[in-house]
Design a protein around this ligand. Structure first.
Ligand SMILES: *[C@@H]1O[C@H](CO)[C@@H](O)[C@H](O)[C@H]1NC(C)=O
Ligand SMILES: *[C@@H]1O[C@H](CO)[C@@H](O)[C@H](O)[C@H]1NC(C)=O
Ligand SMILES: *[C@@H]1O[C@H](CO)[C@@H](O)[C@H](O)[C@H]1NC(C)=O
Ligand SMILES: *[C@@H]1O[C@H](CO)[C@@H](O)[C@H](O)[C@H]1NC(C)=O
Ligand SMILES: *[C@@H]1O[C@H](CO)[C@@H](O)[C@H](O)[C@H]1NC(C)=O
Ligand SMILES: *[C@@H]1O[C@H](CO)[C@@H](O)[C@H](O)[C@H]1NC(C)=O
Ligand SMILES: *[C@@H]1O[C@H](CO)[C@@H](O)[C@H](O)[C@H]1NC(C)=O
Ligand SMILES: *[C@@H]1O[C@H](CO)[C@@H](O)[C@H](O)[C@H]1NC(C)=O
Ligand SMILES: *[C@@H]1O[C@H](CO)[C@@H](O)[C@H](O)[C@H]1NC(C)=O
Length: 816
C-alpha cells in the first residue's frame, strides 16, 4: 500500500529539548554540541568574568589585568589580536576559562599558558596558526579538560605536548584544504571527540575518522554536507569501542544517511543520536531497503526532508523493521508507521511530536500489531491521536507493554469498549480533551495514571475499580469535589491541584486509608467550617499535603481572599452546632433559673403587678383628669376602714399619703361632721373625693361594708363608675367569707384588681408610691372648704345588723 506522505518540511518544529550542559559535573558532554552554548559553569560571579569579545582589540598587555586577580573567565574572542605576551596572565592565576578564538594569533607556542595552572577550558580555534604544532607550554596546563582547536593540517607530532593531559572533550574544526597524517591523534587522551566539518564536502576524512574511532568511545560529528565514510574503519571494527555517536546538523541524501546508520551498526556502536537532520530524497532511493545489524538505541530528533510528497511505504517499513531496542523518532513529519514483519526487538519506541493519527500500527485487515513481544514503553506524546478506545485496540497485543504516554494529543473517550493489554501499569493521558467518561476506558491494572490538563468534572461511581492504582494525577481539570477513593482503594498519591474544589469534604479521608501524599494546592477554597473540619481531619491522619503552605489560600469569603490556609483560623464554637447550642442554652438556662430564684426570693410578680397597676392608673388619670376636675373635689381620697384597723390607717396609711402635704384625705375620725348620719357623711365624703379607698379586712366587711352596699344600692348611677374605687386588702379574704347579700363587694372583688398590703417591708415604698399616684389629682382650683351637702335617706342604718357577721366568724373558726 502506498500512502501519500505530505512532508511538511517547512513546518515549524518545536524547539528540541535542549539540555543546557553547564557546570563541571557535566563533563563529558554526551549530547549534541550544538544544543548548548558553553561548558562554562554558570555560578561565576560578575567580578570573575571578563567578556571582551567583539571589541576590535588588537593589543593586550598585562597591565590591563593587573587589578583583576579574581578572574576565572576571560573571553577575547572575535578580535584582531595577533600576539600575546608571555607574562600576560601572570596576575590572573585563578583563570579557568580562556577563549581566544577568532583572532589573528599566529604563534601557537602559547608561552602565556605557563602562568595558568588552573586552566580547564581553552579555545584557540579560528586563528592564523600555520600549523597546529602545540608548544611545550601546553605541558603545564595539567588540569585542562576541554580543548578546542581548528586545523587544516595535522601531522604526527603536532599534538605530542598534550599527551599527558586527560581531556574530557577534544573539539576539532576541520578547515579546508584538509590534510591528515595517519596516527596524528595518538597523543590525544580523551573519551569524547567533537568534529566539526566545514559547510562543503571535505575529502580524505576516512583515515581521520578511523583514528578518531580508535582513541574515543563518544563521537559527535557536526557536519552539513558530509557523507561519512567509515569504510576503512568498519573493515577493522574489532579494535574499536564505539559507544555513542552524535550526528548534528546534517544535510545529506537519504542514501548517505542510511549508509551512516548501517556503518554505525557494523561498528557495534550502542547509541546513535541524530539531531537536526535534513535529508534529500530521490524517488528511487525509497525502494532501497537497508539492512542494519541490531543495536541498542537510535534517536532521530528534528528531521525533515526537502521533498513535499512521496510514496513511502518502504521508508516506514524500513524504520519499523530496524533491529533497534530503543528507538526514538521525534519532531519529524512522520504520521504513519506499520507493524514489524517479524517479532521485533523493540523495547522502547518514542514517536513523540510527530503527526501520527489513530491509524498508527494498522494497515488494511490488521487493526493491531502482534509483533512487539518485547515492547515495554511506547511514547506517542504530541501526536494527533483522537480516540482512546482505538488506541487501546492498537496496543492490545503488546503483551509486555507497561508504559504508554499519549500526552499532548487530542484524545477523547466515548466508548467503554477498550482492550488494553493487562501488563499496562503506567498510563499518561495528560494534556488531552478527555472528560469524566475516560474512567470507563482505563486499563484495570494501571498503577500510575496521569490525567492532568483534561476536562474531567467528576469521577463516575459506576466505573470499574482500579485496585492496582497507586498514583493518580488529576491536576488542572475541572473537578468540583475531592473524589473519594471508593474506586481506587489503594491509592497512595493523589494530585488535585488547580481544579475548582471549593470545599474538600472532610470524610473523604475515611475512604482513602492508604493515601500518603495529597496535592490539592491552587484550588479556590472557601474558608469556612467544612474547610476547618477538613484541615483538622488532615492533621489527625498525618497526611502530607504537597505544596503546603504556600500554594494553599482562600478565595472566599472575599475578606479572606488570598489568605493562606495556614493562617486561617476559626473557633471550634462557630463550627460545632452542639457546642454552639450548649454555649447559648447553658447561659440561657442559668439566667432563667436565676431569674426564677430571684423572683421567688424578691416576689417579682408582685412588683410587676404593682407597676402595672401604677401605670394603668396613671394612664387613666390622664384621660380622666379633665372630666374629673369639673366635679367639685375637696379631697384626693376618702378612706373607709374598720375601727379594728384604725391603728394601721393612722400608723401607715395617713402618714404615707399625706406626708408631702400635696394629698388630702377624708376619713371619718377627722372629717365627719357630727350630727349627720354615718351614711350622710360617707356620701358627702365620697362626693368630695377623687377616689375612695376601702381598707378591706374581715373586720371591715363585718362592721362597715353594709353602709356601702346601701350606698351603692341608692346611688346606682353614681356607683356605676367603679374606677374611683381602690380596694386595699389588708389580709387575704376568701370569697366564702363575703356574705352573699353583699353583691357589690362580691362583684368588685371578682372584677376589680385590688392592692394587697405586702408583708415584706421592702415592698412598702412601691406600694405607697403606687397608691399615691392612683389618687393624685390637682386640687388647687377647687374650693376645699365648701362642702355641698347632699340629700340622703336617714332610715338605712337598720340594715346593718350584726347577725351575718357573727355567722361568718363562726365559719371562719371552723375553717381554721
Ligand atoms: C571594529 O572595526 C570595524 C572596522 O575596522 C568597525 O566597522 C567596527 O564598527 C568596529 N567595532 C567596534 C565595536 O568598535
Ligand atoms: C598596555 O596597553 C595600553 C593600551 O591598551 C598602553 O597604553 C600601555 O602603554 C601598554 N603597556 C605596556 C607595558 O605595554
Ligand atoms: C565568548 O564570546 C563569544 C561571542 O560572544 C561566544 O560565542 C563564546 O561562547 C564565548 N566563550 C565563552 C567561553 O564563554
Ligand atoms: C613563537 O614564539 C616563541 C617564543 O615566544 C619563539 O621562540 C618562536 O620563534 C615564535 N615562533 C614564530 C613562528 O614566530
Ligand atoms: C582506506 O581504504 C582505502 C580503500 O578502501 C585505501 O585505499 C586506503 O589506503 C585506506 N586508508 C587507510 C588509512 O587505511
Ligand atoms: C575497548 O574496551 C576494552 C575493554 O573495555 C579495552 O580493553 C580496550 O582497550 C578498548 N579498546 C580501545 C581501542 O579503546
Ligand atoms: C540545522 O542544520 C542546518 C545545517 O544543516 C543549520 O543551518 C541550522 O542552523 C541548524 N538548525 C539548528 C536549530 O541547529
Ligand atoms: C505525563 O506527560 C506529561 C507531559 O508530557 C509530563 O509532564 C508528566 O510528567 C507525565 N507524567 C508522568 C507521571 O510521567
Ligand atoms: C481574589 O484576589 C485575586 C487577586 O489577588 C483576584 O484576581 C480574584 O478575582 C479575587 N477573587 C475574589 C473571589 O474576589
Amino acid at each position: 500500500m502506498n500512502i501519500i506522505l505530505i512532508l511538511l518540511w517547512s513546518t515549524v518544529f518545536c524547539d528540541a529539548n535542549r539540555l543546557s550542559l553547564k557546570g563541571e559535573e557535566q563533563f563529558p558532554i554526551y549530547l549534541f554540541w550544538n544544543s548548548q552554548n558553553s561548558v562554562v559553569e554558570n555560578t561565576l560571579l560578575p567580578n570573575e568574568i571578563l567578556d571582551m569579545s567583539f571589541q576590535n582589540i588588537s593589543n593586550l598587555n598585562s597591565t590591563y589585568f593587573a587589578e583583576m586577580t579574581d578572574l576565572k573567565l576571560i573571553n577575547v574572542s572575535f578580535n584582531n589580536i595577533e600576539e600575546l605576551e608571555d607574562g600576560l596572565f601572570k596576575t590572573t592565576r585563578k583563570l579557568k576559562y580562556l577563549d581566544l578564538s577568532h583572532n589573528e594569533l599566529h604563534n601557537v607556542s602559547c608561552e602565556f599558558l605557563v602562568c595558568l595552572p588552573e586552566l580547564e577550558y581553552l579555545d584557540i580555534s579560528s586563528n592564523k596558526f600555520m600549523a597546529l604544532n602545540l608548544g611545550s607550554a601546553f605541558k603545564s596546563v595539567v588540569n585542562l579538560k576541554f580543548l578546542r582547536v581548528s586545523a587544516e593540517k595535522l601531522q604526527r607530532n603536532y599534538l605530542k605536548n598534550i599527551a599527558g593531559i586527560r581531556l574530557n572533550i577534544f573539539f576539532i574544526e576541520i578547515m579546508k584544504p584538509w590534510s591528515y597524517e595517519k596516527n596524528s591523534l595518538d597523543w590525544i587522551n580523551t573519551n569524547t571527540v567533537v568534529i566539526e566539518f566545514p559547510n562543503d564536502n571535505v575529502n580524505k576524512v576516512d583515515a581521520f575518522l578511523s583514528d578518531v574511532l580508535e582513541i574515543s568511545t563518544n563521537i559527535e560529528i557536526i557536519g552539513s554536507a558530509c557523507c561519512l565514510d567509515f569504510s576503512n574503519a568498519s573493515s577493522n571494527s574489532v579494535s574499536f569501542n564505539l559507544t555513542n555517536m552524535y550526528l548534528t546538523n546534517f544535510q545529506i541524501s537519504l542514501v548517505c544517511f542510511l549508509k551512516a546508520v548501517k556503518m554505525f551498526s557494523e561498528l557495534k556502536g550502542q547509541k546513535l543520536q541524530v539531531y537536526n537532520l535534513t535529508v534529500h530524497i530521490m524517488n528511487d532511493e525509497l525502494i532501497i531497503p537497508e539492512v542494519f545489524l541490531p543495536f541498542e538505541a537510535l534517536s532521530v530528533q528534528v528531521a525533515k526532508t526537502d521533498v513535499l510528497s512521496f510514496t513511502a511505504s518502504n521508508l516506514y517499513n524500513n524504520i519499523i523493521n530496524m533491529k533497534i531496542k530503543n528507538m526514538k523518532i521525534s519532531e519529524t513529519p512522520l504520521f504513519y508507521i506499520t507493524c514489524p514483519r517479524t517479532d521485533s526487538i523493540h523495547e522502547v519506541l518514542d514517536f513523540s511530536d510527530n503527526f501520527f493519527s489513530d491509524e498508527i500500527f494498522s494497515s488494511p485487515g490488521i487493526t493491531a500489531c502482534k509483533t512487539f513481544p518485547l515492547l515495554h514503553t511506547l511514547i506517542l506524546k504530541g501526536n494527533k491521536l483522537m480516540h482512546l478506545d482505538t488506541l487501546s485496540v492498537r496496543t492490545q497485543h503488546m503483551k509486555a507493554l507497561t508504559e504508554l504516554d499519549a500526552s499532548f494529543n487530542m484524545l477523547t473517550s466515548e466508548s467503554r469498549n477498550c482492550y488494553w493489554p493487562l501488563s499496562l501499569s503506567k498510563l499518561n493521558l495528560s494534556f488531552n480533551t478527555l472528560d469524566s467518561y475516560v474512567f470507563h476506558c482505563i486499563p484495570i491494572m494501571v498503577q500510575i495514571l496521569d490525567l492532568q490538563y483534561n476536562q474531567i468534572t467528576s469521577i463516575p461511581q459506576d466505573m470499574v475499580s482500579l485496585n492496582a492504582l497507586k498514583e493518580i494525577i488529576l491536576s488542572s481539570n475541572r473537578l468540583f469535589n475531592i473524589p473519594d477513593c471508593k474506586n481506587f482503594h489503594f491509592v497512595e498519591l493523589l494530585f488535585l491541584s488547580s481544579n475548582v474544589i471549593k470545599t474538600p469534604s472532610a470524610d473523604f479521608l475515611d475512604s482513602c486509608q492508604i493515601l500518603k501524599h495529597l496535592d490539592i494546592s491552587r484550588n479556590p477554597f472557601i474558608c469556612d467550617c467544612s474547610l476547618r473540619h477538613f484541615l483538622q481531619n488532615r492533621d489527625k491522619s498525618k497526611l502530607a499535603l504537597l505544596g503546603w503552605p504556600n500554594l494553599y489560600s482562600c478565595s472566599e469569603p472575599e475578606a479572606l481572599n488570598g489568605t493562606l490556609l495556614e493562617d486561617f483560623h476559626m473557633f471550634e464554637i462557630s463550627c460545632n452546632l452542639a457546642l454552639l447550642l450548649a454555649a447559648i442554652l447553658i447561659p440561657l438556662i442559668v439566667i432563667v433559673i436565676s431569674i426564677a430564684v430571684l423572683c421567688k426570693h424578691f416576689d417579682a410578680p408582685w412588683y410587676l403587678r404593682m407597676m402595672w397597676q401604677w401605670t394603668q392608673t396613671k394612664q387613666r388619670a390622664k384621660t380622666k383628669q379633665l372630666l374629673e376636675t369639673r366635679r367639685d373635689l375637696a379631697y384626693n381620697a376618702f378612706v373607709s376602714y374598720s375601727q379594728d384597723d384604725s391603728s394601721w390607717v393612722k400608723e401607715y396609711l395617713l402618714p404615707n399619703l399625706e406626708e408631702m402635704g400635696t394629698l388630702k384625705i377624708c376619713y371619718h375620725e377627722r372629717n365627719f361632721i357630727a350630727g349627720k348620719s354615718i351614711i350622710e357623711n360617707i356620701i358627702t365624703c365620697i362626693e368630695k373625693s377623687y377616689k375612695s379607698i376601702f381598707v378591706l379586712s374581715t373586720n371591715f366587711i363585718s362592721s362597715e361594708w353594709c353602709h356601702y352596699e346601701l350606698y351603692f344600692a341608692q346611688h346606682q348611677l353614681l356607683s356605676e363608675n367603679t374606677e374611683n374605687l381602690i380596694l386595699i386588702l389588708l389580709e387575704p379574704i376568701p370569697h366564702y367569707m363575703i356574705p352573699s347579700k353583699y353583691y357589690k363587694l362580691k362583684d368588685l372583688m371578682s372584677r376589680k384588681t385590688y392592692m394587697e398590703w405586702p408583708k415584706d417591708k421592702n415592698k412598702h415604698k412601691l406600694f405607697w408610691a403606687s397608691l399615691r399616684s392612683a389618687i393624685h389629682i390637682n386640687l388647687s382650683e377647687l374650693a376645699a372648704d365648701e362642702l355641698k351637702t347632699m340629700q340622703a335617706p336617714k332610715v338605712l342604718n337598720v340594715m346593718c345588723a350584726n347577725t351575718s357577721l357573727k355567722k361568718k366568724k363562726q365559719n371562719k373558726g371552723q375553717m381554721k
